[in-house]
Design a binder for this molecule. Structure first.
Ligand code: AP5
Ligand code: MG
Length: 214
């Protein structure tokens, strides 16, 4: 099963993608997590990506597309995968489609986690992230077992640099201008599924599984 997660920053793409990946035993590929890992490790890609991410802007397509199209060609993606945070622009969606068609395949579902902007700013302030394994928590809605520590890998949890309220607003603006058009793009391909992302985390997940199948 090959799935794309769509949705505004903070809609819950990462939270749900992790659960879906565990459920179907497929890799979870998050471009945001890949960039953050590169920043943490001080790579050239990380240095370039950070300039854009800290301003709430998108990293240029030329730094992003090959990264993902190379990743989905790896052996562990043979039975499917879930893309979280990619594609984010129409050119990215077209690059993905070209690469998949060249491999004789295509995406199965684009899951749109729908949350109004008003709910998002609140959520972001309470988010805590693990920069080591990509785990995501919330001070109120999804607390780790030990305060400030990732349940999965034991690393310290942090407030992401781009979760300051003024940067969150910029990311929302960028989302509406550059990423929202993908909803129509995948609707026209007949693979869009929209989920109410304002519900509790487990209810959102149950709705997704109902659509994707057991
Ligand atoms: P990325 O890491 O993808 O960030 P994003 O899209 O802004 O989305 P977030 O990760 O902030 O939110 P999410 O939807 O995953 O929500 P989460 O599950 O954490 O990208 C970061 C940056 O990298 C971009 O701004 C860009 O610069 C760059 N980038 C990445 N990909 C790119 C690309 N393809 N092209 C160009 N640039 C790219 O949930 C949020 C919080 O809410 C958490 O605390 C969670 O616990 C909580 N929560 C989740 N669901 C619920 C619920 N149902 N109820 C209550 N709380 C909930
Ligand atoms: Mg995320």
């Amino acid at each position: 099963m090959k799935i794309i997660m769509l949705g505004a920053p903070g809609a819950g793409k990462g939270t749900q993608a992790k659960k879906i990946a565990d459920y179907y035993h497929i890799p979870h590929i998050s471009t945001g997590d890949i960039f953050r890992a590169n920043i943490k490790n001080g790579t050239e890609l990380g240095k370039k990506a950070k300039e854009y991410m800290d301003q709430g802007l998108l990293v240029p397509d030329e730094l992003t597309c090959d990264l993902v199209t190379d990743r989905v060609a790896k052996e562990d993606c043979a039975n499917g995968y879930i893309l979280d945070g990619f594609p984010r622009t129409i050119p990215q969606a077209e690059a993905l489609e070209r690469a998949l068609n060249a491999m004789g395949t295509d995406m199965d579902y684009a899951v749109n986690v729908d949350v109004p902007d008003a709910n998002i700013v609140n959520r972001m302030a309470g988010r805590r992230a693990c920069l080591n394994c990509g785990g995501t928590y919330h001070l109120e809605f999804l607390r780790p077992k030990t305060e400030g520590i990732c349940d999965t890998c034991g690393s310290e949890l942090v407030l992401r640099d781009d979760d300051k309220p003024e940067t969150v607003q910029k990311r929302l603006d960028v989302y509406h201008a550059q990423t929202q058009p993908l909803i129509d793009f995948y609707e026209n391909k007949g693979i869009l599924k929209t989920i109410d992302g304002t519900q509790e985390i487990d209810k959102v997940f149950a709705d997704i599984i109902q659509i994707l199948g057991e």
